[in-house]
Design a protein around this ligand. Structure first.
Ligand code: GLC
Length: 553
């Protein structure tokens, strides 16, 4: 069973997908009612962001109980039903498991707070005395991913300040101690819990962060020693255990890692044959819209994955990053958490044009593909959310400097000309949990359906061809000779050509054009456009890269 090697996986951010009960928050009933839409889009699987019981401090990545569904979204029975119904539509389900931390409302953490320093309950986390004369300083100077110190001080039962605990994210997300056998046992059990309910796989949240150096040393970029909490070698043993659990099912389950690691070779170690199956390609997601840089990313990704026999993945968006229409319309087109800012000028028409070209490029590359809900509609980032709407702790903990990630999480528009654009039922009692822009009427599923120029129909056509075309999905690519600033490669008898050069270029010899992200100009490919060509009789003649006699312009 190797469906995952070529799969198109659609990411469902449940709270913003479809609202079944009219409370303004997406839910499982909403997802169930929209399964035919996702099936017809032409994807193979759904990945659901966390749907567990949660105080929702970090969009559900603060899990209070991994075995129950948050009542705002539905019930466990409904999740089981959803998994079964999706499967009837030919859609597999991937659930999100968050092993690095739990919610501060999780039973283990409340028990730890109620217990003495040095207790068994506290040893499942990272409790430490502070430093300084009266322990008023944190145990070290690690910084949280959401800004501010990675440590919070507790109060003892008598109200006196006590030990500190580690949280690489928000204070409401205490880090687990993966050296503790309970933590390992519990997570393998949680995996089986969801596998037994029909989940085809799991996405492993923050997969490179679980293991910490027990000495908790200060970060020292100049030190040759392994990082105290990123990409530590001990992680591989954990994932080997998980792989054994996943492989024990008649239809083996799939493990997908969220690994933000800059070095493709270090990342590839996680997708060795007895570890995770695949990992998100963040190098591709963060790459600027530049041919050389993308080419380098594609080559290094494929080389590193080939080495370990794993398929590459291609990702342009998710719930943590600026939507590509907005990002690619800026002067600086790469994505970095450190430089992400609202209000940096963007050209939405240019961004959309590039996002469409990027989509056809990503769909044609070897391996599997992720589509984040709403990208198939060409939704932009919503950059003008008023601060009182924003829930993301990244925004609040940066003192409002960082816009946070809610702009990519706005409820998606389905139909009609007024908010909530079919997201909630007509008689809904509540507005959507994040406000949709008025201008989204032209971006609804309804408005785009059957419009041959729409982004939705481009995705539908691209995914349909991808599914039928034997050369696409898993496999290899063959670079073709092309002008500077152009990416051109062949997959079997299909060629994918993307023009990032800023001027029109001549198309390589071909039988016919199958699909393009913007209209062609005769035999020329306009800037910021991708075309898929049937090479047909020209397949064997298409000049491989390096043959300077057959340049395409
Ligand atoms: C991952 C999630 C992100 C979350 C973080 C902490 O990066 O994708 O949304 O905030 O982990 O769990």
């Amino acid at each position: 069973m190797t469906w995952w090697r070529s799969a198109v996986i659609y990411q469902v951010y449940v709270r913003s997908f479809a609202d079944g009960d009219g409370d303004g928050v997406g839910d499982l009933a909403g997802v169930r009612s929209r399964l035919p839409y996702v099936r017809d889009l032409g994807v193979d699987a759904l990945w659901f962001n966390p749907w567990y019981l949660s105080p929702w401090v970090d969009g559900g990545y603060d899990v209070a109980d991994y075995r129950s569904i948050d009542p705002v979204l539905g019930t466990l029975a409904e999740a089981e039903q959803l998994i079964a119904e999706a499967r009837e539509h030919g859609l597999r389900t991937i659930v999100d498991v968050v092993p690095n931390h739990v919610s501060d409302q999780h039973a283990w953490f409340t028990a730890a707070l109620a217990s003495e320093p040095g207790s068994e309950e506290r040893s499942r986390f990272w409790f430490r005395p502070g430093t300084g004369v009266s322990c008023e300083l944190p145990p070290n100077e690690w910084v949280s991913h959401f800004g501010g110190p990675a440590w919070t001080r507790t109060k003892d039962a008598d109200g006196v300040p006590g030990e500190w605990y580690l949280h690489l994210f928000a204070p409401e997300q205490p880090d687990l101690n993966w050296d503790h056998p309970d933590v390992r046992r519990e997570h393998e059990d949680v995996l089986r819990f969801w596998f037994d309910r029909g989940a085809a796989g799991i996405r492993v949240d923050s997969a490179a962060l679980l293991v910490k150096d027990p000495d908790l040393p200060e970060l020292d970029p100049a030190s040759p020693a392994p990082h105290p909490y990123v990409d530590r070698d001990e992680l591989h043993d954990i994932y080997r255990g998980w792989r054994a659990a996943a492989d024990s099912y008649p239809e083996p389950r799939v493990l997908i890692g969220e690994l933000w690691l800059p070095d493709p070779d270090r990342m590839a170690r996680y997708v060795r044959p007895d570890e995770l199956h695949t990992a998100f390609n963040f190098d591709f997601l963060t790459s600027p819209w530049e041919a050389d840089r993308l080419r380098e990313c594609i080559d290094s990704t494929l080389a590193a994955h080939r080495e370990v026999g794993a398929p590459a993945t291609w990702v342009l968006a998710n719930h943590d990053v600026t939507r590509q229409v907005t990002r690619l319309g800026r002067a600086a087109t790469s994505f970095a958490f450190e430089t992400k800012r609202a209000g940096v000028a963007t050209d939405p028409a240019l961004g959309l044009r590039r996002a469409r070209a990027a989509a056809l490029l990503a769909m044609a590359l070897p391996g599997s593909l992720y589509v984040y809900q709403g990208e198939e509609l060409g939704l932009p980032e919503v950059e003008n959310l008023q601060p009182h709407w924003i829930q993301d702790p990244m925004h609040h903990r940066s003192g409002g400097v960082d816009p946070g990630r809610d702009g990519a999480r706005v409820p998606i528009p389905w139909s009609g000309s007024r908010r909530p654009f079919g997201f909630s039922p007509d008689d809904a009692a509540w507005p959507t949990w994040l406000p949709q822009p008025d201008g989204w009427a032209s971006l609804t599923v309804e408005a785009q359906t059957a419009d041959p120029d729409s982004t939705l129909e481009l995705y539908r056509s691209g995914l349909a061809i991808r599914r039928q075309e034997p050369g696409l999905g898993d496999g290899e690519l063959r670079w073709l000779d092309s002008a500077t600033g152009v990416l051109a490669f062949a997959r079997g008898s299909l060629a994918c050509v993307t023009n990032l050069s800023g001027r029109p270029v001549r198309l390589p010899a071909h039988d016919r054009a199958l699909l393009s992200s913007a209209p062609l100009a005769g035999d020329r490919l306009p800037p910021d456009t991708t075309v898929w060509l049937r090479l047909g009789t020209h397949t064997d003649n298409a000049a491989p890269a390096g043959d300077a006699t057959q340049r395409s312009d």
